[in-house]
Design a protein. Structure first.
Length: 339
């Protein structure tokens, strides 16, 4: 029987490959060190190589593709159901191969180098923002112990903390002033790093055609456009806009039985960061739709009158996801249609 599938379980140093026929029979197993992986596939006849979409999988997918193989990435949660017996690397590789042979299986698109650059920018920014938020919460919490209160927001902290440090009549001791001064310097340093990353993001989106197309859609800014590019590339992996919205988790979660359809809140599947950015973009649009007369704004205004604000935000995010997918996939800028 001809081998048509190779399940590859990747790791940091030791990799395991399992050769599986079209009937699911294992014909060969191979364990190799990291340095020997590319040499092994260079000497292997072209085949379909399947891996879990995890750390370094995009790199290995690109490199193995260069050697003439067809490479597919599969979400790890789909593999678990096909693993039999105990969990070990060979069983994982066999489960990956078996899972990928299903006709209705969904695969993860392979990211190119530019998409990984975009993803790295976003992740660095996300980490810096989280660190700044933690630091600001710590500053506010410790100031409360001295009877000093700062309102929410970056602007309020930047305005109030220096005033507290200069006020000699408050309850801050010399030690506390010194420590709060150091914390404020750290806060400013993190803010400066975030601004530098934001400038890099804007520069990246200006040079990227797909990001520019995405930003023609109302509610889509540089960060959301970059997140879209990092996640879906040219969008060709999705059949239509509804498919993309469902992948983002912006469609109702279904739990139906006995012919009776039961729908709950959104499924929250897919990219968490991208979904949050789309909802935030929809929220910004929803705040100004009353002043506009295009078809999208009129639709959103009517929706806001009938539904609660948060429900309207998610519904508008769903529509924006469909629109921006169409813009990217069809390579055509978005044009507002007036009523």
């Amino acid at each position: 029987m001809k081998t048509i599938m190779i399940g590859l379980d990747i790791a940091k140093n030791v990799f395991h490959a399992v050769f599986v026929t079209s009937h699911g029979k294992v014909t060969k197993k191979k364990q190799m060190k990291r340095a020997a992986v590319l040499k092994f596939f260079a000497n292997t006849e072209p085949a379909i190589v399947v891996m879990e979409a995890c750390g370094s999988s995009n790199y290995w997918a690109r490199e193995i593709q260069k050697l003439g193989h067809e490479v597919k990435l599969i979400a790890p949660q789909y593999v678990v159901a096909y693993r039999r017996k105990n969990k070990n690397d060979y069983n994982d590789a066999e489960a990956i191969a078996e899972c990928s042979q299903r006709d209705d299986m969904s695969f993860v698109p392979i990211k190119d180098i530019e998409q990984q650059d975009a993803q790295m920018l976003l992740r660095i920014r996300e980490r810096l923002v989280k660190q700044r938020t933690k630091l600001s919460n710590q500053i506010r919490g410790m100031l409360l112990e001295y009877g000093l209160c700062i309102n929410k927001g970056t602007a309020a902290l930047r305005r109030a903390l220096p005033e507290f440090l200069e006020d000699a009549d408050n309850s801050l001791t010399w030690t506390a002033r010194s420590l709060f001064s150091e914390l404020y310097e750290e806060y400013l340093l993190l803010s400066d790093k975030i601004e530098k990353v934001d400038k890099k993001i804007k520069a990246f989106t200006k040079e990227n055609e797909l990001c520019q197309l995405a930003q023609t859609v109302t509610g889509i800014g540089p960060i959301t456009a970059l997140a879209l590019y990092a996640a879906i590339g040219n969008g060709k992996h999705f059949a239509n806009g509804r498919h993309f919205a469902a992948w983002c988790g912006l469609v109702p979660r279904q739990h139906s039985t006995g012919g009776k359809s039961v729908l709950y809140g959104i499924s929250k599947k897919g990219n968490i960061v991208l979904r949050a950015l789309l909802v935030h973009g929809a929220r910004s649009v929803l705040n100004v739709v009353d002043k506009k007369e295009d078809k999208l704004s009129v639709w959103a205004t009517n929706l806001k009158m009938k539904k609660s604000y948060n429900v309207a935000c998610v519904a508008l995010a769903n529509k924006l996801a469909r629109v921006v997918w169409s813009v990217i996939a069809n390579n055509r800028p978005y044009e507002l249609k007036m009523v």
